[in-house]
Design a protein around this ligand. Structure first.
Ligand SMILES: NC(=O)CC(=O)C(=O)O
Length: 297
């Protein structure tokens, strides 16, 4: 059987320190992406909300209108930064996420844009599960006050390497999304995400490792760096997890780039040792990856 990952891939996860100045954030994106490319990365990932601080109060101010594509430059500076830096870096670039505004419907989304090394937009994912939680005395957050949810599972292809499943932050808590992408052939699941200092220590690493363990694929979680002067304290701890659920590399809470070399043989070795893929009992329970799965908005 052909390998899910056609050739080794160097991955970089950029734990960016994003602040209130959008232009400064975009300039930092450019410098960190080029640094990662210089180190040999061919797939580079940015965190959730890389052009702004994270919080419902910020989404409208930092939102960009990206449709129709390509959008005018003055309307979508983040879109154009991602496209041009992907080209300069000669790398695939997963642009964490930005707030997106759709004028026709007046809706806002939390949206991840993916660019090819030629600077073309090749995929977009709108956060499907909005972060609405209330842990008394700890954290209350309601993205749905401002945002609308996306309506699809996102899988995209890098023809020289293979397929990637992409979702955002809270989406990681819904294992169906990961399972669908893995069963459709993804070798890597990528989650730009901003857990916080309450849910981060409880579940960040556990979620990343669980998605890897269940699906026997690589998992990448990419967070903003922590800013204790911001209203939301991101957990940080950007990490890469192996198909056998080991943490390959992990940042602390400060700005950093972490790297990993991904190899198809590692997925095959894991699946050979513990052959979940051939042992599933779809005569006992349904396969969530077939049937009414939406791959289009
Ligand atoms: N910020 C999120 O979307 C999710 C999160 O912090 C959590 O699930 O915990």
């Amino acid at each position: 059987m052909a390998s899910l990952l056609k050739q080794p891939l160097k991955l970089a996860l950029v734990q960016l320190a994003a602040g209130a100045d959008k232009a400064a954030n975009l300039s930092q994106v450019r410098s960190k992406v080029l640094e990662a490319a210089k180190a040999g990365a061919k797939l580079i990932v940015l965190p959730e909300c890389f052009n702004s601080p994270y919080g419902c109060q910020y989404f409208p101010k930092y939102a960009e209108t990206i449709l129709p594509t390509p959008p005018p430059k003055d309307q979508a500076p983040s879109w154009h930064t991602l496209s041009s830096v992907a080209m300069e870096a000669k790398a695939y670039l997963i642009g964490g996420s930005i707030p997106e505004f759709v004028p026709d419907t007046k809706k806002y989304y939390n949206t991840s844009l993916v660019f090819s090394p030629a600077g073309n937009l090749i995929a977009a994912h709108r956060k499907t599960h909005l972060f609405d939680i209330d842990i008394p005395g700890k954290i209350k957050f309601k993205e749905s006050d401002v945002l609308s949810p996306g309506n699809k599972v996102t899988i995209f292809d890098m023809p020289e390497y293979g397929q990637i499943g992409l979702a955002i932050c809270y989406d990681v808590r819904f294992p169906e999304v990961a399972t669908i992408a893995a069963r459709k052939g993804a070798f890597l699941l990528v989650y730009p995400g901003a857990f916080n200092t309450t849910t981060g220590p409880m579940h960040w690493s556990l979620q990343g490792r669980a998605r890897a363990m269940d699906n026997q694929v690589y998992v990448a979680l990419c967070s903003p760096a922590r800013d204790m002067d911001a209203s939301y304290h991101a957990w940080g701890h950007t990490m890469l997890v192996s198909p056998n659920a080991e943490v390959i590399a992990e940042a602390d809470e400060k700005e950093a780039i972490i790297y990993g070399e991904l190899e198809g043989a590692k997925i095959e070795e894991t699946r050979k040792g513990i052959p979940l893929n051939t042992q599933r009992r779809f005569d006992v329970y349904p396969d969530v990856s077939v049937g009414t799965v939406r791959f289009e908005e």
